[in-house]
Ligand binder design. Structure first.
Ligand SMILES: O=c1ccn([C@@H]2O[C@H](COP(=O)(O)OP(=O)(O)O[C@H]3OC[C@@H](O)[C@H](O)[C@H]3O)[C@@H](O)[C@H]2O)c(=O)[nH]1
Length: 319
């Protein structure tokens, strides 16, 4: 049986996706440039007989790297906003050239491709909740445009390859995911707040704390991607949780969980400047995933955060 390729396989989503593929007896090849991925995330599967890791940047051609695959999950792209301001050109290149290289390789192998897209294609939405039919409210000339527009051009590239090459494409628009395994340095709100609470440092809320998000646990997210790949769903599908929480309430929830687990005092919250184009509210409409994939998130936020805090406590105790 031909292997399945996971680009960005050393990332926090990619490494969890690989685990469920190996559990289903797929042979898996993971490639990652290790720009934001880490070998630590795949340390305990490196020796699996059905797993191969290749250090490779998707912005470089695949010729001579891999011969043939049956499916490709294309996840390779930095996804934390902290990278959007630091490396915008590299992110745009990853989204454009990286996706083109992946799709060219898929045509050569006649492989089915799943593009990991993002809720950021909706920008700072003016419509709630966001259904797949919403075209979005994106600033093409701002601090998040490299990722927002980058992922939009990746979707456009996927559409063009389906039109010109009849390529078998699936597109998952991933909403905020959190993971045991996200590094404290990741820069996103869940690892930031957990690291602050455990480290007894102030949590920093960008804006007034009224911004709202929906957070999905990684296990739900990667099962959604896997189910989408097996499906016959040819248009983009939202993969996310539709249970909204304000950032202020998230801070309170994480403070409660960490205080109870560490018998420490809740930490203070500082309110800082919100960056431009940082979406105010983001909530997926997930009826398409429910109806066409029979998928919906199962892990509640409190349970998922309990598992994530446990991971962080173990990780920080081990270093
Ligand atoms: O320390 C922090 C970090 C973040 N935040 C706020 O928390 C909210 C969520 O921020 P995050 O950085 O976790 O994530 P974002 O919602 O900005 O983007 C995220 O969701 C969509 C995915 O495709 C992106 O890859 C992911 O970064 C934002 O309003 C942000 O301003 C804080 O208040 N404090």
């Amino acid at each position: 049986m031909l292997p399945v390729l996971v680009t960005g396989g050393a990332g926090f989503l990619g490494s969890h996706l690989i685990r469920i593929l190996l559990e289903r007896n797929y042979r898996v090849i993971a490639i990652d440039s290790l720009w934001t991925g880490s070998l630590d995330s795949i340390a305990n599967i490196q020796d699996h007989p059905n797993f191969t890791f290749l250090r490779h940047d998707v912005t470089l051609p695949f010729t001579g790297i891999i011969n043939d695959v049956s499916q490709i999950y294309h996840l390779a792209c930095p996804a934390s906003p902290k990278h959007f301001v630091k490396n915008p050109i590299d992110i745009l290149n990853k989204c454009f050239q990286g996706t083109k290289n992946v799709l060219d390789f898929a045509v050569k192998c006649n492989a089915r491709v799943l593009l990991a897209s993002t809720s950021e294609v909706y920008g700072d939405p003016l419509v709630y909740p966001q259904a797949e039919s919403y075209y979005g409210n994106v600033n093409p000339f701002g601090p998040r445009s490299c990722y927002d527009e980058g992922k939009r051009v990746a979707e456009a590239m996927a559409y063009a390859f389906r039109l010109e090459n009849n390529l078998d494409i699936r597109i998952g628009r991933i909403f905020n995911a959190y993971v045991p395994g996200m590094l404290p340095s990741d820069g996103r709100v869940v690892p930031n707040f957990i690291s602050a609470a455990i480290g007894q440092k102030d949590m920093q809320i960008a804006g007034d704390g009224n911004a709202r998000r929906c957070f999905q646990y990684v296990g739900d997210c990667v099962l959604g991607l896997y189910t989408l790949m097996q499906s016959s769903c040819l248009s983009p599908v939202n993969i996310g949780c539709d249970d909204e929480i304000s950032i202020a309430n998230l801070a309170q929830l994480i403070n409660d969980i960490v205080s109870r687990k560490t018998a420490s005092a809740p930490v203070d919250v500082l309110f800082t400047e919100k960056s431009d184009d940082d979406p105010f509210r983001r909530r997926p409409e997930i009826s398409m995933a429910k109806e066409k994939l029979q998928w919906q998130p199962r892990v509640g936020l409190r349970d998922g955060l309990e598992m994530t805090v446990n991971w962080f406590l173990a990780f920080l105790a081990a270093i």
